[in-house]
Design a protein. Structure first.
Lengths: 310, 411
């Protein structure tokens, strides 16, 4: 047991060291991509807390990313705030939005919750276009441009903080309550877990993480408009969470790498053979189906099974 | 046992780090070698705007054709350099456009960005490219800001006639030929719709008061039924549709239902032959017959160009290099016209091109022989004129086909 803990600590230290080393050696463009991986990681962490640990499905975390992203864009672009200072505000605003959404969502479960969260994913870009006085409408808001290096460090530091917070939340009472809600609501209630509090809390936390990710997306792209947070973003986050492995913090990095690099590699030409440019969407779908059939617990689940069988 | 897997993972991680850490270094102008000029662009190849996805493929076909030609001096390409065109799918998501453009610039090290498509995607990368002094050449959008902001963003230049100049042509025509017009306007409530209104008012000049009603709608609206009803009730006998395809088709359908038969000006974005055919099906032939729009490209379905040298070249290139493409799709003609212009600019940038010399070439164009544009239409820029194409010809939807008429109008 102790040995395993040491190995886990070693892996975490190794991972952190790798992130630091890459932050000084990679090209600026690769650091830009690395920053994107980091903020996808933050969003998937939040989604994992909600879906993997609390059992509440969400097809709408992209909408909470939009809330965070627009908060940052409006504060920076319209009011001249320094970018990094807006990140906690984005987290708070998105978290509040998530918490408020969680209240009516208490009545919903399974496919109905999925539909409701999907609805907000669809509605948010339209709302952003509607309230164009506030959000700049289709023309969007521009922010100051930064290097890939800047995005990399901002995102990975936030990701590190996010990981620590998630670990602390999940290992304590709150985490146990979340798991109880996921495993059996009836048993949870009879153990004295307040379903309403913990479900809305899970939504709030998940949305806060998404808000940070959205803020970093806005900073990285130096531009926000309704099309930067499309419906597909919410779906890709869920796919990333599933691929990585729901209910495990280890798999989140794989999910983030997957959703960042798949569209890029699916568009390339290999030995003269080029996938269709439509390939990424098809491949996402195929991968999701494959994972559900072969490894429903994601990459992490697969790794666990391999370890046991070796 | 578990330790081995972690050790393996660590080793893989380090190997990966080493691989990605290696960066390519090269002196000289990025994207230019003795054998190649590398250009790149982002386009919506997937997603709701993917019908534009045929454009970069047509452009790629043109570049392949050009690369195969023997130039005077015996070499192929631009001063012996083959044009390498990389196009990537941004799905019309500006955040993706930013990422992919950075990839093209920093990883693929392209010489210039060519014909990136979409007003917002291009807005998203404009500051970055101008800061890095990289040409954002011949952007594929009709917004007027690409010209009006030329001083602020000198590395960015548009290509096609702006929405403003298109509506200006409509206004001028109304003043001359429909003097008793009472004009109703349906417009999308964003910069695209407002650009059109600005052009219309400019074209009408002192007759602006002939606009009796303007009804706007949000992109998120379900339909434009109430707007069309209000426009009919205002007594307008002329309707200007400054709406994207879905709403434009709805406008025709609802006008037919209300028994309203105004003279219609439909914006070019929504008035391709394909879209007009759909609109006719959704309403009635009587409603769409006589609709006027503006055009600057040769129509591949127009029998007039059956023996035209330019269109013969177009069909030859499509057959040889893009056989999967739809020869009748005017977007392909658009693509080739832009590619033709880019080749000319690259040639004019000189035998030792730099990004600055390419930009200078783009700002001093004077081509009247683009084989894919209507005869007489020039591609012309200068220090005081940042709009490459300003002329259009009006064309009328007559019995299921477009028939051009009248002179070229300069917006």
């Amino acid at each position: 047991m102790r040995g395993e803990r040491l190995v886990k600590l070693g892996a975490i230290a190794g991972g952190a060291a790798l992130v630091v080393v890459l932050g000084f050696t990679m090209t600026d463009y690769h650091q830009y991509q690395g920053g994107i991986v980091a903020y996808y990681l933050i969003a998937i962490l939040g989604l994992n807390i909600l879906t993997g640990y609390t059992g509440q499905i969400s097809l709408g975390n992209g909408a909470f990313m939009a809330v965070g992203g627009y908060t940052t864009a409006i504060l920076c672009g319209h009011h001249g705030w320094p970018e990094l200072a807006t990140i906690p505000v984005a987290a708070a605003v998105a978290g509040a939005a998530g918490f408020l959404f969680g209240i009516p969502a208490l009545r919903l479960a399974g496919p109905y919750l999925a539909l409701a969260t999907f609805a907000i994913a669809v509605a948010v870009p339209s709302l952003a276009k509607r309230f164009d006085h506030f959000t700049g409408g289709s023309s969007g808001i521009t922010l100051p441009i930064h290097t890939g290096h800047y995005l990399y460090w901002a995102s990975w530091i936030c990701a590190g903080i996010g990981y620590v917070v998630a670990w602390l939340v999940l290992r304590g009472r709150t985490g146990r309550a979340f798991r109880a809600v996921r495993d059996s609501e009836v048993a949870a209630v009879s153990s004295g877990v307040n379903l309403a509090s913990y479900k809305t809390l899970a939504f709030g936390i998940s949305a806060a993480y998404a808000g940070v990710a959205g803020a970093l997306l806005a900073i990285g792209a130096a531009y926000t408009n309704p099309d930067t947070f499309p419906v597909t973003l919410s779906l890709y986050l869920l796919i990333g969470a599933v691929v990585g492995g729901l209910g495990s913090l280890w798999g989140v990095i794989f999910g983030a790498l997957f959703i960042e690099y798949l569209p890029i590699y699916a568009q390339k030409t290999y030995f003269g053979f080029a996938f269709s440019k439509q390939a990424p969407s098809v491949v996402y779908g195929l991968v999701l189906i494959l994972i559900m059939l072969v490894a429903p617990t994601g990459i992490v689940g697969l790794a666990r099974r391999l370890r046991r069988s070796i | 046992m578990g330790k081995r897997i972690y050790a393996l993972a660590a080793a893989l991680g380090v190997a990966l780090a080493v691989l990605v850490g290696v960066s390519a270094g090269a002196g000289g102008t990025p994207g230019v070698t003795s054998k190649l000029i590398s250009i790149g662009g982002t386009f919506p190849l997937s997603g709701p705007a993917s019908s534009y996805g045929t454009i970069p493929q047509a452009e790629s076909a043109y570049f392949s054709y050009f690369n195969s030609l023997k130039q005077p001096g015996g070499k192929r390409g631009v001063y012996g350099r083959q044009i390498q065109f990389t196009y990537l799918d941004d799905g019309y998501n500006p955040a993706q456009t930013v990422q992919l453009t950075r990839q093209l610039v920093e990883q693929s090290k392209v010489f210039a960005i060519f014909n990136s498509l979409g007003t917002e995607p291009d807005e998203a990368i404009r500051a970055y490219l101008n800061q890095a002094k990289i040409p954002q050449a011949l952007v594929a959008t009709g917004a007027s800001e690409w010209g009006t902001l030329a001083k602020k963003y000198p590395w960015t230049i548009g290509y096609q006639p702006t929405y403003v100049s298109e509506a200006y042509a409509y206004g001028q025509f109304i003043v001359k030929k429909v003097p008793q017009a009472k004009i109703g306007v349906l417009y999308q409530n964003d910069s695209y719709g407002k650009d059109y209104i600005a052009g219309l008012k400019k074209g009408l000049g002192s007759k602006q008061n002939q606009i009796v009603d303007m009804e706007g709608y949000e992109v998120t609206a379900a339909d434009v039924g109430s707007q069309i009803a209000k426009l009919k009730a205002s007594g307008a006998n002329t309707l200007c549709i400054f709406a994207t395809p879905k709403f434009s088709i709805q406008a025709f359908a609802i006008a037919a239902k209300l028994g309203w038969n105004p003279i219609v000006f439909n914006n070019s974005v929504s008035a391709t032959p394909t879209l007009m055919t759909i609109a006719t099906g959704a309403s009635t032939p009587a409603t769409t017959n006589g609709t006027i729009t503006a055009t600057y490209l040769k129509d591949p379905t127009d029998a007039r160009w059956a023996n035209d040298a330019g269109m013969k070249l177009y069909r030859k290139i499509m057959a040889a290099y893009y056989p999967k493409g739809n020869v009748n799709d005017q977007f392909n003609v658009y693509g080739m016209s832009a590619a033709w212009t880019m080749v000319k600019a690259l040639e004019a940038a000189g035998p030792n091109p730099t990004r600055a010399s390419l930009m200078a070439a783009l700002r001093s164009m004077n081509y009247s022989d683009n084989p894919f544009l209507l005869p007489g239409i020039k591609v012309q820029t200068s220090a005081s004129n940042p709009f490459p194409i300003q002329q259009q010809q009006l064309t009328r939807w007559t019995d299921g086909k477009f028939v051009n008429f009248g002179p070229l109008i300069k917006g």
